[in-house]
Design a binder for this molecule. Structure first.
Ligand code: FAD
Length: 386
């Protein structure tokens, strides 16, 4: 049996950010990341919309996302290897939640909490919205919540940079699938690989994304998480917009942003949980009238392409689940990110690394996102879920 000090299941953005942070905090042991698909074709990270925002209602989400946004601002230089900058194409064109008469007060309340936590968000009038998107139809709007530091980036480049940096610091990546986590008397002892071999370790971190719930259930540690299909579409317009789009969320929940010269959009459809990557062109049909209503340039659009990916959806409160499982020593998780894992990954990696190296959170208090909150009925109810 091979021995390791820390085993990470899943080398997506969470597993890789955690592995990197462990080394940065000085963990000198053997850290092994198992990744079943080194092409990352089905990883949520590769299939993400890459939206980076700080605008939430709950302080823990605001602080975690603000820390992560600041990390992404410095990312190209801090993650450079041998002088080569780690480009992640972070476009800080802002995040814009469009508000109706009825949703405006709730957004205004969120702004107060965000400002208290250092976020430069503000409520805009309909006239001010037009300075950001001159073509916007504001007839049924009352304004919007705008956060100018936010934006979008290239998630695959973030993942690859974390992975390369972790490897350069001595973290091992092994292209194998973990069949199950091994346990003895309520403590983890290692992992069993799908190829039949075993690795022992006192710490196993479940960063298996949409597959993480099934893995946890296998060792009797069920969590309120399911894989949930989410589709993305890209389209072209004959009449281009005057300015780069912020990541804009329509009151219907349809979101859109620029993707190069095209527009990328998506919507949280009501679908059954399960591993399902089928992308349907016809699912775009209900979105088109909403888009055309909001921006007249979208009336004549050409749907170019799209893809389907999986949220690791937290059915209880749609928020991250971070930390050691109270009923299984040495079993740590970073799961349940639903649609906001990219914007939290740097802070999550650091938080887990602090827990493991120092026994407590130091930089950010992520305790509200602990595993035990479900049994304690102490959920994190977040108003700003997309
Ligand atoms: C369509 C879509 C749009 C999104 N948009 C946004 C957005 O705008 N902003 C945002 O912040 N977030 C967004 N997200 C969410 C975000 O992408 C995820 O929260 C984040 O990427 C999760 O990272 P992860 O490392 O946990 O999961 P993943 O990237 O899925 O990584 C998990 C890895 O574990 C591996 N694995 C699983 N099981 C095993 C096993 N048994 N053995 C070995 N390896 C295993 C998988 O192959 C996978 O590579 C979006 C997600 C989707 C699908």
């Amino acid at each position: 049996m091979e021995k390791a000090d820390v085993i990470i299941v899943g080398g997506g953005v969470m597993g890789s950010s955690t592995a990197y942070s462990l080394r940065k905090l000085g963990h000198e042991g053997r850290i092994v990341v198992f990744e079943k698909d080194s092409t990352y074709n089905q990883s949520s990270t590769s299939l993400s919309a890459g939206g980076i925002r700080q605008v939430y209602s709950q302080e823990v989400n605001i602080q975690l996302s603000r820390f992560s946004l600041k990390a992404y601002e410095k990312f190209p230089d801090e993650m450079a290897i041998d002088g080569v900058r780690a480009e992640i194409d972070f476009k800080q064109h802002g995040y814009l939640f469009l508000a109706t008469e009825s949703s405006f007060p709730a957004y205004a309340k969120q702004v107060a909490t965000q400002n208290k936590n250092g976020v430069l968000s503000e409520m805009l009038s309909n006239e001010e919205l037009l300075t950001i998107i001159p073509e916007l139809n504001t007839e049924d709007l009352a304004g919007g919540l705008f956060s100018k530091e936010d934006g979008y980036l290239d998630p695959y480049s973030v993942l690859q940079s974390y992975r390369k940096s972790a490897q350069s610091l001595g973290v091992e990546y092994i292209s194998e699938e973990i069949d199950t986590i091994l346990t003895e008397r309520s403590k983890v002892t290692g992992v069993l690989l799908a190829n039949g071999s075993t690795y022992s370790a006192p710490i196993v971190i479940n960063c298996a994304g949409a597959w993480g719930g099934a893995l946890s259930e296998k060792i009797g540690m069920a969590l309120p998480i399911v894989p949930l299909k989410r589709q993305i579409y890209t389209f072209d317009t004959t009449e281009h917009l005057k300015k780069p789009l912020p990541l804009t969320i329509d009151p219907t929940g349809v979101y859109f942003r620029h993707e190069g010269g095209q527009v990328l959009c998506g919507f949280s459809e009501d679908v059954k949980p399960g591993i399902d990557f089928r992308w349907r062109r016809s699912s775009f049909d209900p979105l088109w009238p909403i888009l055309a209503h909001r921006v007249p340039n979208f009336e004549s659009l050409k749907l170019e392409s799209g893809w389907a990916g999986l949220y690791n959806h937290n059915t209880a409160d749609q928020n991250a689940i971070i930390g050691e499982h109270p009923e299984m020593g040495g079993y740590f998780v970073a799961l349940g990110f639903s649609g906001h894992g990219m914007q939290q990954a740097p802070g999550v990696g650091l938080g887990l690394a602090e827990l493991i190296c120092k026994g407590k959170f130091e930089t950010l208090d992520l305790t509200p996102l602990r595993v035990g909150r479900f049994k304690e009925n102490d959920l994190v109810i977040e108003d700003a879920i997309v």
